[in-house]
Ligand binder design. Structure first.
Ligand SMILES: [Zn+2]
Length: 256
C-alpha cells in the first residue's frame, strides 16, 4: 500500500468503525458528442461500477451522444448552461450565467437547454443545472425551479441557496498551472479534508473531471482512486439522483 492508498483508506476505516458510509459522486463536464476521451471515461467508470454524471452542453449536442449513452445504464445527464459562451468582460472571471445580460434572455436559453436534453436523454436526464465555469448570478437562482430545475451543482463547499445544491469538491485539473492533472497526493489530501467535514456535518464528496482535456496523469489518478475507494466498504459511489434524494431528506430532517 503506498501513501496514496494509506491516507484515504485510514480515513475510510474511521468511517467504517463508526458504522458510517461516505457517499461519493463523479461529475464530468463539457460533453457534446462521442469522442475517444469520452470512451475512455466511460470505460474507466464502468470498470469500477462508478455511476457517471455528465454535464452536457445543450446548444451543440444531439442524437449521436444520446445514442451512445443508451448503452450506459449508469450514466446521468445534466444541463451545462446553454452554449458555454463567456459573456463576462476582459479581466473578469468567465461566466455564461452572470449578470451581463437580461435575466429573461438567460432564462430562455436555460429553458431551451433543459427541454432539449430532457427530450434527447429521457430517463438519463436529471434536472440539475451545472453552470459553465461553476458560476451563476444569484439573481437567476430563484427562477430555476420555474424552468423545471430541482438542483444546482457548482464547485466548492455548499452555500445556502434558494435551490438544493449538490456540489463537486475535488477538481482533478490544474487549470492555473500546467493545465494537466494535479498532484495525486494533493487530490487525496483534499478528499480526506472533505471526508472529515462530511463525517461531522454530512453531505457528499463530488469528484470533478473534464474528459476532453485529461492527460495521462488524470486517467492514472482516476484509476487508482476508483480502485482504492470502490473496494472499501465505507465508500459508496452514487448516482446524482441518489445524492439529491439524500440531501433532500437531510434538509427535511433538519426542518430547513
Ligand atoms: Zn464546462
Amino acid at each position: 500500500m503506498d501513501d496514496f492508498d494509506k491516507v484515504i483508506t485510514e480515513e475510510l476505516d474511521r468511517w467504517q468503525q463508526a458504522g458510517k458510509v461516505a457517499r461519493f459522486w463523479l461529475r464530468d463536464d463539457d460533453a457534446i458528442e462521442p469522442t475517444a476521451p469520452l470512451e475512455r471515461l466511460l470505460e474507466i467508470a464502468s470498470a469500477f461500477s462508478v455511476p457517471l454524471t455528465l454535464a452536457v452542453i445543450p446548444a451543440y449536442t444531439g442524437e449521436p451522444l444520446a445514442k451512445r449513452l443508451e448503452q450506459e445504464p449508469s450514466c446521468s445527464v445534466t444541463v451545462h448552461g446553454w452554449a458555454h459562451i463567456n459573456h463576462a468582460g476582459d479581466g473578469e472571471k468567465k461566466r455564461e450565467l452572470g449578470g451581463h445580460r437580461p435575466v429573461l434572455q438567460v432564462l430562455n436559453e436555460l429553458g431551451q437547454g433543459f427541454e432539449h436534453l430532457a427530450e434527447l436523454h429521457r430517463d438519463r436526464f436529471v434536472p440539475v443545472l451545472v453552470p459553465p465555469w461553476n458560476r451563476i448570478d444569484a439573481a437567476l437562482v430563484p427562477h430555476l425551479p420555474g424552468l423545471g430545475f430541482e438542483a444546482l451543482s457548482v464547485y466548492g463547499p455548499e452555500k445556502p441557496s434558494a435551490l438544493t445544491v449538490v456540489n463537486t469538491h475535488v477538481d482533478v485539473m490544474d487549470w492555473q498551472g500546467t493545465r494537466g492533472g494535479r498532484d495525486r497526493m494533493a487530490l487525496v489530501t483534499e478528499t480526506v479534508a472533505r471526508l472529515r467535514h462530511m463525517f461531522d456535518h454530512g453531505g457528499s464528496m463530488g469528484l470533478l473531471t473534464h474528459h476532453l482535456v485529461h492527460d495521462q496523469a488524470v486517467w492514472d489518478f482516476m484509476t487508482a482512486f476508483f480502485k482504492t475507494t470502490t473496494r472499501h466498504p465505507a465508500c459508496r459511489w452514487s448516482t446524482v439522483t441518489d445524492i439529491l434524494r439524500e440531501s433532500a431528506s437531510l434538509t427535511d430532517g433538519s426542518g430547513g
